[in-house]
Design a protein around this ligand. Structure first.
Ligand SMILES: C[S@@+](CC[C@H](N)C(=O)[O-])C[C@H]1O[C@@H](n2cnc3c(N)ncnc32)[C@H](O)[C@@H]1O
Length: 234
């Protein structure tokens, strides 16, 4: 038997020829899906680059704001997992000179720090109470807490989901200390059984709760934003 050349090995075998309409449409659908996935990635990545944003994540935050109206000019906001700094860029502009944003990440930012932003470079799993109190200079409560924290992805689904859940619990602890009455909380999670229990907790603690997958989310990602509005303090 003749060994196929490199190019021959990459062509369809005659038995699965695209002459068969069913197979032709099957492959066409798959290639269109893959093409549109990459188009999306390139579209938002390219858009962020052209518009001078540090990350494509800005478009997810703008969709969240459009739908839920979570901040207004002058708000005080915690941005957890803020590097490279796309959300900080948007928040700084939208909250204006009377607004205040405190961002935390273990990685450095890739933006010039705006005057209404304070950045704490630290691992979020360490105790941050003193850092936050100092950054907020005595103002103990904030209007909004955002978390775009992503655990280091191992590729093992249950492990990544569990790490994301652990980070979310830590975010909730911080929110219980620093989020004011009627304040809002938005947390990115990877869905799983533990997250379902966490959702129940948020439903009890806020007047409105929703889950949201922004259009700008990569189609390959399972991430979801939990949007909890109007903290109840009983
Ligand atoms: C998807 S990125 C955030 C993008 C950001 N919202 C933006 O607009 O540029 C997730 C961030 O979470 C941070 N992160 C994950 N685990 C962390 C931890 N334990 N402590 C601090 N930062 C963490 C990562 O360093 C990463 O910068």
């Amino acid at each position: 038997m003749q060994t196929p050349t490199r190019d021959e090995s990459m062509t369809f075998h005659p038995k699965v020829s695209i002459d068969s309409p069913a197979i032709y449409y099957y492959y066409r659908q798959i290639s269109e899906k893959v093409a549109s996935m990459y188009d999306r990635k390139d579209r938002y990545y390219q858009k962020a680059k052209n518009e001078g944003f540090a990350s494509r994540a800005v478009y997810k935050l703008l969709e969240i704001q459009k739908k839920f109206k979570i901040w207004r000019a002058g708000s005080t906001v915690l941005d957890l997992g803020c590097a490279p700094g796309g959300w900080l860029q948007i928040l700084s502009k939208e909250l204006g000179p009377k607004g205040k944003i405190v961002g935390i990440d273990r990685l450095p930012l890739k933006i010039h720090l705006p005057s209404n932003v304070i950045f704490i470079q630290k691992d979020f799993e360490q105790d941050l109470t003193a850092d936050l109190e100092q950054a907020l200079s005595g103002q103990r409560e904030v209007d909004l807490i955002l978390s775009d924290l992503s655990p280091d992805i191992s590729g093992i689904a249950f492990r990544d989901t569990y790490r994301s859940y652990e980070l979310s619990l830590k975010v909730w602890q911080v929110a219980q200390k620093f989020l004011k009455k009627n304040g809002h909380l938005v947390i990115k999670v990877f869905p799983g059984r533990e997250v379902d229990d966490f959702k129940k907790e948020l439903k009890k603690s806020f007047t409105r709760f929703d889950t949201f997958i922004p259009e700008a989310t990569r189609k390959t990602s399972s991430e979801v934003y939990l949007v909890a509005l109007g903290r109840k303090i009983i």
